[in-house]
Design a protein around this ligand. Structure first.
Ligand SMILES: Cc1ncc(C[n+]2csc(CCOP(=O)(O)OP(=O)(O)O)c2C)c(N)n1
Ligand SMILES: [Mg+2]
Length: 488
């Protein structure tokens, strides 16, 4: 009886394996219970096994290839508490090859802990005084690069301040600042190559700035004039630039995460020497898209960096109302993705982590997750007043004591690369440039009405044609209520 069951299941498995292209040539070894070794595998399978970091010698007679989950070897040391969780069972020697790999047994009724008392530490290189920790794992940074990073962090600050005021003056309809997250923006961008693709959320304009999107480009988008790449169809801050490999921002939280994985998969198929980075907030990590994307990326082994800005809030929802895990970093481990927690207010640490993540992503063809710990010191956007749900003291503490721009300034000042004079000169120069860009953008005419209805359909459908005719009629009828700088 037992043997007939075994034969039945064996036949089923062999049939399944036969339907799998990669395994058709060696299923006879399994049928005859002959252990498979690396050398007995066809070359296509050996190649697949080694490129997937699956050790070829794991092809046992009792561990079927169709259900084996290879533990990939990553260059990063992954934090594992597997050993400490069940110390008493270390000597409990029975092991079974379940689908997914070998599992040991325990007679103890012990559940894994859900407690977050022992938190994953945060990778940090600069202390509060901008001094670099001795004996740290860091990527060496040249003077020119450090100075450009700091200058761009300041540019971002100045740009945010002036655009925010422009919104308050009613000159643009909306704005969101990156205040508190300048290091995340600029240092991560500095560690990438321009041929890496960016799938942003909306709080990463610094990445575009770093890549050469001009202050005038930013202003043109915020004013929705005819030079806006998006032809004025989106709200301010929804930048996008094909030239800079920066995908257009979508407001729908987290939709960019699976898109990034798809793009990374295509880079993998084309054997490209580049990767994809996608940014999202803690709020983004609370969506289904985040989980689907991480799992897909892990299984398909694609070169994508998941960069989570954990700034404590999804608008007014604090992280403890979003999840009970130790942040986002542990979710990477759950999906089999190498992960690290980084001090997002330490530009040097962010730079080193992204630099290393990029190398791993491309060389090892693996996704990597970075959780950057930070705090959103500005309001969520101009549609928000964050003092309604958090204390001013808390905001001020983060803004003054944990300011990423101040900390990096101390670092370059300590090195003798920056001074008070350079600071005031740079700030006043950028202030003038941003004001000038705004004045110019404001005067440029808007895209024509026709642009609102084009670019989607080759032949516009009837309802769209009717809508366009309706809009034109209404504008004509109420000409005084519509801006005169929109060509009809
Ligand atoms: C699918 C979807 N749900 C809800 C919203 C409304 N919304 C806009 S931003 C936001 C919070 C996002 O928080 P987080 O991802 O942490 O980014 P942060 O603003 O903190 O940088 C929400 C809920 C949206 N735009 N899209
Ligand atoms: Mg957030």
């Amino acid at each position: 009886m037992a043997s007939s069951c075994l034969t039945k299941s064996k036949t089923l498995i062999i049939n399944n394996l036969k339907s799998n292209k990669l395994l058709t040539n060696h299923t006879s070894s399994i049928a005859h219970n002959v252990p498979l070794t690396s050398s007995s595998l066809p070359s296509s399978v050996r190649k697949f096994a080694s490129s997937s970091r699956i050790t070829p010698s794991v092809f046992f007679n009792r561990c079927f290839n169709s259900v084996y989950v290879g533990r990939r070897l990553h260059s990063a040391t992954s934090v594992s508490n597997d050993a400490v969780q069940f110390p008493a069972e270390a000597s409990f020697s029975q092991v079974l090859d379940y689908p997914g790999g070998k599992v040991t047994f325990t007679p103890k009724l012990t559940f894994t802990s859900g407690s977050t008392d022992e938190r994953i530490p945060c990778y940090r290189l600069l202390n509060d005084n901008g001094q670099q920790v001795i004996d740290s794992d860091s990527i060496k940074i040249r003077k020119e690069l450090a100075v450009k990073m700091y200058s761009d962090m300041v540019t971002l600050q100045v740009m945010d301040t002036i655009f925010y005021e422009a919104q308050r003056q009613g000159r643009i309809s909306f704005y969101a600042t990156t205040t508190g997250e300048e290091a995340i923006n600029i240092a991560s961008a500095a560690a990438l190559n321009n041929n890496d693709f960016v799938f942003p959320q909306y709080r990463e304009p610094g990445v575009l700035l770093w890549r050469g999107f001009t202050l005038q480009d930013f202003a043109n988008q915020c004013f929705g004039n005819k030079y806006d790449n998006g032809k004025g169809r989106q709200m301010p801050i929804h930048y996008g630039s094909k030239k800079h490999n920066y995908f257009t921002i979508a407001s729908t939280v987290a939709t960019q995460i699976p898109h990034a994985v798809g793009a990374a998969y295509s880079l993998k198929m084309e054997n490209q020497d580049s990767c994809v980075i996608t940014y999202f907030g803690d709020g983004g990590s609370s969506t289904g898209d985040f989980h689907a994307a991480l799992n897909f990326a892990a299984v398909m082994e694609v070169p994508v960096i998941f960069f989570c800005r954990n700034n404590g809030w999804a608008i007014s929802t604090p992280i403890n109302d979003q999840f009970r895990s130790d942040g986002i970093v542990v979710k990477g481990k759950a999906y089999g993705v190498p992960s690290i927690r980084v001090d997002g207010n330490d530009a040097l640490a962010v730079y080193s982590a992204v630099h290393q993540a990029r190398k791993m992503a491309i060389q090892e063809q693996t996704p990597v997750l970075i959780e950057a710990m930070t705090y959103r010191t500005g309001h969520h956007s101009t549609s928000d007043d964050s003092t309604k749900y958090r204390s001013i003291d808390e905001i001020e503490w983060w803004r003054d004591d944990q300011n990423p721009v101040k900390r990096f300034r101390k670092f370059i000042e300590n090195k003798g690369w920056w001074s008070d004079e350079t600071e005031s000169e740079h700030r006043s120069n950028i202030r003038k440039q941003v004001s000038q860009a705004i004045q110019v953008a404001e005067r440029i005419e808007k895209p024509p009405i026709a642009d609102m209805f084009s670019d989607v359909y080759d032949v516009p459908p009837k309802n769209l044609v009717e809508q366009e005719a309706f809009v034109r009629k209404i504008i004509k009828k109420h000409a005084n209520d519509y801006p005169s700088d929109v060509p009809m």
